[in-house]
Design a protein around this ligand. Structure first.
Ligand code: ZN
Length: 156
């Protein structure tokens, strides 16, 4: 099928998916056979709800730091501009189920986080005052509950 846009997620029909979910957004194979996979980690139902900047920012700090303790080959985890979720990019040919299981482990810890949020000093963060741990914990708990209840697939 002909794609309208260069960016994978612009071609996704956001009215057809049900959050929360983990969706394989792209798989790239390099000249030497290395594989990079990119996932759409959705927290909020598109165009119905979005996270506050403080909550998504704190979620980013906690997830980006602790997903690297959970699994090998992490390249990047970054918030979406629409504030409904994150992009997560890893080395290797990974499945949605594998990524969902790792994220359930990380976000279960985030949901009850009682330690300092990593890298929240003026030297370590680009907007260190804009953090909301209570909001991040709420979204983390809800994501885990949703995935456990209805699964990681985006088409429910
Ligand atoms: Zn930051």
């Amino acid at each position: 099928m002909e794609k309208k846009y260069n960016v994978d997620s612009f071609n996704l029909d956001h009215t057809k998916v049900t959050a929360p979910f983990v969706r394989l957004a792209a798989k790239k194979v390099g000249e030497k056979g290395d594989i990079v996979t990119k996932f759409d980690i959705r927290f909020c139902q598109p165009n119905k709800e979005f996270m506050t900047t403080g909550a998504i920012h704190t979620l980013e700090h906690l997830m980006a730091e602790y997903i690297r303790d959970e699994m090998e080959g992490v390249i990047d985890l970054s918030p979406m501009g629409c504030r409904t979720g994150f992009y997560f990019t890893v080395w290797g040919d990974r499945t949605e189920e594998e990524i969902a299981n790792h994220l359930v482990n990380v976000l279960s810890k985030v949901a009850v986080w009682d330690k300092p949020v990593p890298a929240t000093t003026e030297a370590e963060c680009g907007n260190y005052r804009d953090h909301d741990l209570e909001g991040a914990k709420k979204y983390a708990a809800r994501w885990v509950e949703g995935i456990k209840a209805t699964g990681w697939n985006c088409y429910k």
